[in-house]
Structure formats: C-alpha cells, structure tokens
Design a protein around this ligand. Structure first.
Ligand code: DQA
Length: 146
C-alpha cells in the first residue's frame, strides 16, 4: 500500500508558526512520525509540502495515477480551493483530509472545507497525531478495498 502525505501552504513554517496553535514540532519531525507509522503498517509513504496550489494539484494527480491513497493537510487552500477539490475527485485517489488544529473551534472561515465533500473523512484537532490517525485510517480503507 502506497500513501502520499501532502502538505499545503505555510506548513513549512511549523515549529515557529503560531506554536500556541500548531505546537512546537517541525514538519520534519512530523514527517519522522509519519514514516514510523507507515513502517509499522508496512506501507510505503511519500511526504511532500508546497506553498503552491498547482504543485499540490500535480501531486494529487500523480497519487491517483499510481493507485496511491492520500492524506492531505491542505492548509488554507482547504477553505478556498476548487482546484484541489476537482483534483481529488478527478484523481479517484481515496483521500483523507487532516488538520493539526480543531478548525471548528477557530475562525468561522475555517469551518467550511471545499475538499471535505470529496474526501472519505476528516481528522482534525489532534496536532501531529492527526497525521498518524490519517495514515491509520487510509491504510485500513485501502486494505479493506483490496
Ligand atoms: C490547518 C488549518 C487551516 O485553517 C490553516 O489555514 C492552516 C493549518 C491545520 O493544520 O490546522 O494552514 O490546516
């Protein structure tokens, strides 16, 4: 089982960015946690981050073409991007939306996700553990489908 973990804008700043909201771990630390989880599941993982919407679109298409599953923290594009939504639905890749913070406990503009309707489900509010839970969830879905 092949899983792509995709990260959107500003997540490269984790560790320094609003640590009271996002915690002190860097994205490299989170990647390490994700790699450990994938290893324990026997899954292969690709872990990427971009601040550019089009890169994320390309990577979603790539995951779809490879028959991979996706765990995506789309950052603020979650709330704005029809392009990411269309990429997810068009790629056919089973996808789980994740967030570090509980977006529903924050600004109202974070309550709406344009990508959630084309994802299998959403995990938010567990900090770095959201990534671990996302990997667990997509792995289970993909095992059940094979
Ligand atoms: C986020 C939540 C988004 O609303 C925000 O724009 C982010 C991070 C999270 O992981 O909590 O960039 O996706």
């Amino acid at each position: 089982i092949n899983i792509h973990v995709l990260n959107g804008p500003n997540l490269n700043l984790l560790g320094r960015r609003e640590p009271e909201i996002y915690g002190r771990l860097t994205l490299a630390d989170i990647e390490q946690l994700a790699r450990e989880k994938a290893k324990s599941l026997g899954a292969s993982v690709t872990f990427r981050q971009s601040n550019h919407e089009g890169h994320l679109v390309d990577w979603i298409q790539e995951a779809g073409a490879q028959g991979a599953g996706i765990v995506i923290n789309a950052g603020a594009y979650t709330h704005t991007s029809i392009a990411l939504r269309d990429a997810i639905s068009g790629s056919g890749a089973p996808t789980i939306e994740i967030h570090l913070s509980n977006v529903h406990a924050r600004d109202s503009f974070r309550h709406r996700s344009l990508i959630a309707p084309v994802c299998l489900g959403v995990i938010c509010g567990f900090g770095p553990m959201s990534y671990v839970l996302g990997l667990e969830a997509i792995h289970r879905v993909m095992v059940e489908r094979t």
